[in-house]
Ligand binder design. Structure first.
Ligand code: ZN
Ligand code: ZN
Length: 342
């Protein structure tokens, strides 16, 4: 089988490796579609703060190819949706229902979605492997992971409906946030630099769009909302935006810091603003099982239709060029198809 391996920053190749065989409790999936992700691009450029270099890619869907003897309720060829991590269920965060903070979350991670086959560890099979809902393409099903992250953030926010929300950064994650904000009854101002993102934001339901390359964002947000949005969602992963976002929200507002920064980064906020303005900073990481299930429901029912967030489809053999393109700012999210067709 072919397996994309990231060996060092910007050193990505497609190796020939043995097809994995499943151990007890494990399932091997034949990948039918994988998606590139902003996290992958960051990892491609500089490595990942928590994960070593190696098999690459984490968003995918496919068919069951083989499974451990003890697996029940699945059959070979069954189309499945899944995510690439699961909590252990035993550590302190897991017992408190915060499986996204599981002490061993990264120890049994299913990396290597850019390949022909992927082995899922037992904990993922137990908690985060589902029959692919009918009517959902493999590409749509592969959105389960990013959507689960977005759902988790909104569950954490618990924002009452009717808020004015500014979404900063209009890559796929920003667009998923717009969908979710609209679904939860909020008004959205979308802020981004690039034309496709701004257009897609409108289609996703943003009432206003701001081009941050030609507008002073804080001023424009204040003018549009009469004092600032109730919630600012940071989806750029850029330190400048992390630092500025608390200045952009209304007094008493909140900032969701969603786009991770490189390891060892420090952020700086205007302390006076936080204190006298009672601006709350909220961070969100990954997903709990409840978030994954909710995301699956949203996809299955068509409440979120992610298809227009795909820049295009590419064959697995082109994975090197795909990341060179992403690195140069060409496109935002590609569907990688091992067999070349959806
Ligand atoms: Zn992802
Ligand atoms: Zn745990």
């Amino acid at each position: 089988m072919r397996q994309a391996i990231l060996r060092a920053p910007r050193v990505l190749d497609l190796a020939e490796t043995a097809v994995p065989s499943p151990g007890p409790g494990e399932v091997v999936v034949r990948i039918r579609a994988a998606l590139t992700c902003g996290t992958d691009l960051k990892t491609y450029r500089r490595g990942h703060p928590r994960v070593a270099f190696g098999p690459f890619g984490h968003e995918a869907a496919g068919d069951v190819a083989a499974m451990g003897d003890d697996i029940e309720g699945l059959s070979e060829g069954q189309p499945v949706a899944f995510v690439h991590t699961a909590g252990c269920g035993r550590c302190e965060p897991c017992r408190r229902g915060r499986e996204n903070l599981c002490a061993t979350l990264f120890d049994e991670i299913a990396l290597g979605a850019y390949g022909d086959f992927l082995r899922l560890p037992a904990r993922i099979v137990r908690r985060h492997l589902f029959p692919k809902p009918q009517g959902l393409s493999y590409i749509e099903a592969a959105f389960l992971e990013p959507l689960a992250c977005v759902v988790h953030a909104w569950e954490r926010l618990g924002q009452a409906a009717g808020a004015r929300v500014a979404v900063i950064g209009l890559g796929p994650i920003g667009l998923l946030h717009i969908h979710e904000a609209r679904r939860r009854g909020h008004e959205v101002i979308a802020v981004g630099r690039r034309r496709p993102g701004l257009g897609l934001a409108e289609r996703a339901g943003a009432g206003h769009t701001l081009d941050s390359s030609t507008t002073e964002v804080g001023q424009a947000l204040r003018a549009l909302t009469g004092g600032g949005p109730d919630l600012v969602i940071e989806c750029t992963g850029s330190p400048e935006v992390w630092n500025a976002a608390p200045d952009w929200s209304a007094p008493g507002g909140r900032v969701l810091l969603f786009g991770g920064l490189p390891g060892d980064s420090r952020a700086e906020f205007d302390a006076t603003r936080l204190h006298y303005g009672e601006v709350d900073l909220v961070s969100a990481f990954h997903y709990r099982t409840a978030d994954v299930r909710q995301a699956l429901h949203l996809l299955a029912t068509g409440a979120v239709k992610p298809y227009d967030m795909i820049t295009g489809t590419r064959p697995l053999g082109a994975i090197g060029e795909v990341f060179q393109d992403l690195d140069r700012g060409i496109g935002t999210k590609y569907a990688i198809l091992p067999e070349g067709v959806a």
